[in-house]
Design a protein. Structure first.
Length: 220
C-alpha cells in the first residue's frame, strides 16, 4: 500500500516516513499543497495523510480538490486545530478521519489499518482512476459511473485482482466464463474492446494492455 504524506514540517514527515516504511508501507512526501495535489494526480495512491496548514495551497483546498476526482481514497487530516467547528469543517471537506497533533504513532497506525480494512470489506478494487465496487456492483472512472454488463464487470474484476500479472486467455476463460475445456477464446477480445470503449481506455497506453499471443495484463 502506498501512502502520500502531505506535510511541511520535516520532523513530522520524516518520523511518519520511517515509521510507516518499517510497517511495510511505501510512502511519498509532498511539502506543500500544490505538490501534494500534483503527486496525487500523477501517481497511484492508496491513502493520504494531510496536514491542515500548508504552504501554497491549504489542506482543506487540497482535500476538496482530491474529492472532486476521487471519492474513495481515504484522507486523514493531521492537524493541531482542535475546535469542534474546525473538526466539522475538515470532515465536510471530504476527509475520512481527523487526528490531532501531537498524536501517538500507534494510534495513527491503527486508524490507517482500519481504513484499509474497511476498503477491503467494502469490496473496493482500483485500477488507476477506475474503481470497482463488488458490494454495490458499481464501476466509476474519474468519479463518473460507468455501466458494464455482468460479464464485463467480472472480466474487469478478474484483471484488477491480478493486477501486474499477465492473465492468459485460457485462465480468463476458466475463471470468468467458468469453462475448463477447449473453447474459442476470441470472445475475450470482444469484451476487452467493449470495456476499453466504455472506460475511454487507449488500446496501447491504457490500464489494460494486450500481450500478443498470450492474453492481457492490468496495470496502474
Amino acid at each position: 500500500m502506498h501512502i502520500l504524506i502531505i506535510e511541511d514540517e520535516s520532523g513530522i514527515y520524516n518520523f511518519l516516513k520511517q515509521g510507516l516504511e518499517e510497517e511495510g508501507y511505501s510512502t511519498a512526501i509532498a511539502v506543500d499543497g500544490e505538490k501534494g495535489l500534483e503527486y496525487f494526480n500523477n501517481n497511484q495512491v492508496d491513502l493520504i495523510l494531510l496536514d491542515w496548514m500548508l504552504p501554497r495551497m491549504g489542506g482543506i483546498e487540497v482535500c476538496e480538490a482530491i474529492r472532486r476526482e476521487n471519492t474513495e481514497i481515504p484522507i486523514l487530516f493531521l492537524t493541531a486545530k482542535d475546535t469542534v467547528e474546525e473538526t466539522i469543517k475538515g470532515l465536510k471537506s471530504g476527509a475520512n478521519d481527523y487526528i490531532k497533533k501531537p498524536f501517538s504513532f500507534d494510534e495513527l497506525l491503527e486508524r490507517i489499518k482500519v481504513h484499509f480494512r474497511k476498503r477491503k470489506e467494502d469490496g473496493l478494487l482500483t485500477l488507476g482512476s477506475i474503481s470497482l465496487n463488488k458490494s454495490t456492483y458499481q464501476v466509476t472512472s474519474c468519479t463518473e459511473e460507468v455501466a458494464l454488463t455482468q460479464r464485463e464487470f467480472e472480466l474487469l474484476e478478474y484483471l484488477i485482482k491480478n493486477k501486474g500479472i499477465v492473465c492468459s486467455r485460457d485462465q480468463i476463460i476458466e475463471h470468468v466464463w467458468n469453462i475448463n475445456f477447449e473453447y474459442d477464446t476470441g470472445v475475450i477480445d470482444v469484451f476487452i474492446n467493449a470495456i476499453r470503449k466504455k472506460l475511454n481506455m487507449d488500446k496501447d497506453n491504457g490500464y489494460i494492455k494486450t500481450i500478443r499471443g498470450v492474453g492481457y495484463i492490468a496495470n496502474d
